[in-house]
Design a protein. Structure first.
Length: 190
């Protein structure tokens, strides 16, 4: 696992950097929720532009990493299931990268995000390009989404997708318009 921002995969880092730019450009950077923050590198990137970041992940192992390597004074890390974290909004935005495919309750998470914010920036693998059951199967993923399924899921929270982006993968981290890459990135607003 990464112990510094320089060690984070370029495609993962670029997702957060792109979110940071969007948040700044749209003045949605006072209080941001990083849902499914993992070891916290993305929260540390968000903390460069947000006044305050609340970062939530259920993994106790991830907690030891973010406390040791990605602690920032303006980040409040919570070790909890996102659905049980007793979060109180509103947040300027929820950022949730490569998280929805890890949980069975993705629709409940999106509903929660819809109660907490008017802006959602999220990503997930594209089932058409990278089928969930294709070898090697990621044992931590419950499913992947087609572009139509992803857009419908985001709509569960009352969000309307206003921007669609993709990345081809780790070796090709550039963010491109549209959803025809291995990873889909959406900006949803209310």
């Amino acid at each position: 696992m990464a112990t510094s921002l320089a060690e984070v995969r370029p495609d993962h880092r670029l997702r957060y950097q792109t979110a940071c730019k969007w948040l700044e450009d749209n003045q949605a950077n006072t209080h941001v929720l990083d849902a499914g923050c993992g070891v916290g590198y993305g929260s540390a990137l968000l903390a460069q532009v947000a006044r305050h970041v609340t970062a939530v992940d259920a993994s106790a192992e991830a907690k030891s990493y973010y406390e040791k390597y990605f602690f920032r004074d303006n980040i409040n890390y919570l070790t909890a299931n996102i659905l049980d974290a007793n979060l109180v909004g509103p947040f300027d935005a929820v950022v949730s990268f490569e998280f929805l495919e890890h949980i069975e309750e993705a629709d409940r998470a999106i509903e929660l995000f819809g109660r907490l914010t008017k802006v959602l920036i999220c990503s997930t693998p594209n089932e058409i390009i990278r089928p969930h059951k294709m070898e090697p199967v990621n044992p931590f993923h419950t499913r992947h989404y087609t572009p139509d399924e992803f857009e419908s899921l985001i709509g569960v929270g009352g969000f309307r997708v206003v921007a669609r982006f993709n990345q081809a993968g780790g070796a090709a981290p550039d963010i491109r318009p549209g959803w025809n890459g291995k990873f889909m990135i959406a900006v949803g607003v209310k």
